[in-house]
Design a protein around this ligand. Structure first.
Ligand code: ATP
Ligand code: MG
Length: 444
């Protein structure tokens, strides 16, 4: 992609309305554009990143045997009346009437709708477990939308639902999602810690929030620092090893403020290991048994001829919020340098040729390099403008491709100036650059 032809409207200065760095950067490089309070359009750069995050989320859901579906954004109020949440959900729910005067709503979550699909189509325990997920827009009429897409009204979420016959089997499903979340956030190069959490309006009795540390986060957390050292979890979907995995995390005190108890914290965690800080919630998993299946009459036939309500859990990931969360974790706002993890970077490499009027040699060289990179599935952006070097570098540092190739006076013959953001510039040839990039991309 040539920068001159791209739709990447970069602002000279930080927009004053943005209070946190992710919001600043997203407006600064034109990743999003607000359309009304808490509602955004996604422009090419932001959309590219979000789609890559979505794909990683999808792959990790598929790996645990979850099946993708797509439910609508608009739902009928009937099913919400059955579960009792139509009244309970309150003002966060956007209620709409259609031309027949039927009460509809823009889905803030999908427990009711998926339970309705399940009960009408699945009849026997033999079809269980069922793990279903979709990635779809949600609407919650948040009282204070803020921080750009971090807390907005319309947002993109992956939500999954599990259906089992026994508590034991249902916890097995829960633990599969627990593992898949650890793997998903790791692929996004984030350290997300599972914390025991309250279940809120979703209900139920077991729940973990996955939180990444950030001063600007809205969740208060209390944790044993040693939990950050845990990072091996394999890929084993065996019941026992998944249970052990969750227990390994649960050994360390780690809770959000609703679950916080000072005495417990101080007795379980030695002073040097206590960490009280803030974080961003990027995922949330719940186990709630028959909370929805019972009032909505979602049951299956059991082996002996009896019937029972299915045991359910639900599992959310804030796909659009993750774009902001990654920026909070990776953006060096002081030096105005962003480095996207290669797994979600909008471009893998920025090619920066030094172009003087009437001298197109550097641009021609950039074009040749670009062709070779594209052949190897390496995505590039070429700054083909005639701006000076420092302003080009400034722009590319904001766009945040993790690697840069600079084609200037220094680049003699086959050797190119190649830089990984945050590291020393190397002089190496194109074949070596391609080898490094392919190796880095393959790790994901
Ligand atoms: P929060 O406490 O931040 O309001 P929640 O507990 O209401 O989140 P869930 O219902 O568990 O959220 O939704 C699943 C995920 O969707 C959250 O972990 C979060 O990443 C994301 N999410 C929730 N509300 C918003 C919002 N208003 N804007 C952007 N993302 C959101
Ligand atoms: Mg909320």
């Amino acid at each position: 992609m040539y920068f001159s032809k791209s739709f990447i409207p970069i602002l000279k200065n930080n927009p004053s309305e943005a209070k946190i760095k992710s919001h600043q950067l997203m407006l600064r490089v034109g990743m999003i554009k607000q359309s009304s309070a808490g509602i955004y359009s996604w422009l090419p750069l932001g959309f590219k990143v979000m789609k890559k995050i979505e794909q990683i989320v999808r792959e990790e859901q598929n790996k645990i045997g979850a099946q993708e579906i797509l439910m609508p954004t608009i739902q009928s109020s009937e099913i919400w009346k059955e579960s009792g949440r139509y009244e309970d959900y309150g003002e966060e729910m956007l209620r709409i009437k259609d031309r027949q005067d039927r009460e509809m709503l823009y889905g803030p979550t999908n427990e009711e709708l998926v339970t309705d699909i399940f009960r009408s189509l699945i009849k026997s325990y033999k079809s269980l477990p069922q793990l279903l997920y979709h990635i779809q827009w949600k609407f919650r009429d948040e009282i204070r939308p803020r921080f750009g897409i971090m807390r907005c009204r319309e947002f993109y979420m992956k939500d999954a639902y599990s259906f089992d016959i026994t508590d034991d089997e249902a916890l097995f499903s829960y633990n599969k999602f627990f593992l898949s979340y650890l793997k998903t956030f790791k692929r996004l190069d984030l350290t997300a810690i599972p914390m025991a959490a309250d279940t809120g309006p979703i209900g139920g009795n077991l729940s973990h929030e996955f939180i990444i540390l950030a001063e600007t986060g809205e969740s208060k957390i209390f944790t044993d620092k040693r939990i950050f050292e845990l990072d091996s979890y394999g890929t084993d979907l065996n019941k026992k090893s998944l249970e052990n995995l969750r227990m390994k995390y649960e050994e360390f005190y780690s809770v959000t403020d609703e679950k916080f108890n000072k005495e417990e914290f101080e007795s379980k965690v030695s002073e040097e290991n206590r960490l009280k800080t803030k974080g961003i919630e990027v995922g949330h998993i719940f186990y709630f048994g028959d909370k929805y299946s019972k009032p909505m009459n979602a049951s299956v036939d059991l082996p002996g001829g009896k019937k029972d309500f299915v045991k359910m859990g639900s599992y959310g990931i804030g796909v659009s919020r993750l774009v902001g969360a990654i920026i909070e974790a990776k953006y060096d706002e002081k030096n105005e340098v962003m480095k996207w993890p290669i797994s979600v970077a909008p471009y893998d490499v920025s090619i920066i040729p030094m172009i003087n009027k009437n001298d197109t040699a550097a641009l021609e060289k950039a074009n040749k390099i670009n062709l070779e990179l594209l052949k190897n599935n390496i995505e590039t952006i070429i700054d083909d403008t005639e701006e000076n070097f420092s302003s080009k570098l400034k722009k590319m540092n904001l766009i945040g491709s993790p690697y840069q190739i600079i084609i200037g006076k220094q680049s003699d013959g086959d050797l190119l100036e190649f830089k990984e953001i945050g590291k020393e510039t190397k002089k190496i040839n194109l074949a070596e650059i391609i080898r490094i990039l392919k190796e880095q991309k393959a790790k994901n």
